[in-house]
Design a protein around this ligand. Sequence first.
Ligand code: DGL
Length: 262
Amino acid sequence: MRKDNPIGIFDSGVGGTSIWKEIHNLLPLEHTVYLADSANAPYGEKPPEEIVRLSVKNTEWLLQMGAKIIVVACNTATTNAISHLRSSYEVPFIGIEPAIKPAALKSKTKCIGILATKGTLSSALFAKTSDLYSRDNKIVEVVGKGLVEEIEKGEKDSPFVREMLAELLQPMINAGMDHLVLGCSHYPYLIPTLEKILPSHVQIIDSGMAVAKQTKVVLQSLDLLTQDQQQIPEFFTNGDPKILQGIIPFPADSFKVGFQNF
Ligand code: DGL
């Protein structure tokens, strides 16, 4: 594998660009290829075997693009499919999981909220981590039903989204949470709206930076960090390229977006 091959990143849709941003900020020399499987979003309501099938399809596509490492920028795909991917391919995989541990360690009220998809919250991998911390903490899990669909339409702060969030967060607020874990890579785009709704003492935690740091550690350990400035980031979607383009928090001329019917 060559050092100047790209880092491949996939998600069920546009949300994983929140992880891409952290990777790009930490490793600006690296060439990145991002795949948004928006035509199949949301993954969160699908059965585990379907999530595995879609994750395999995305992996195969990124391998064709020459990916030297694959970042599964989707909690739902990570918690349901990463062990299958790791046992099926030689390429290293980095996954993303809800950051329960840092939230549990920092919580003073010993009550944390987790907002994630049904697929993540019902996975065995999530249950294992959650069990570890539920002895000393009250963990209030809420399925963010409908949120991914709104973000896939480009809606992050509409009255409808605000109403949905207010309703979803209420049980966590009532239970006394002081940390809210965002267990879906789409949700960081809701942070400005969440901040308007949440009591000011509630800290929001997401895993984007941790994923970027882990990607760097693994590339370093395999001597695969590139030394040269690479071409501009490439994004591909099987959904509407305009939505993807609109969500990436960088100037439009600093990346390429293409439609890919895969
Ligand atoms: N970004 C995905 C995640 O982190 C969204 C899942 C979905 O498509 O439902 O779980």
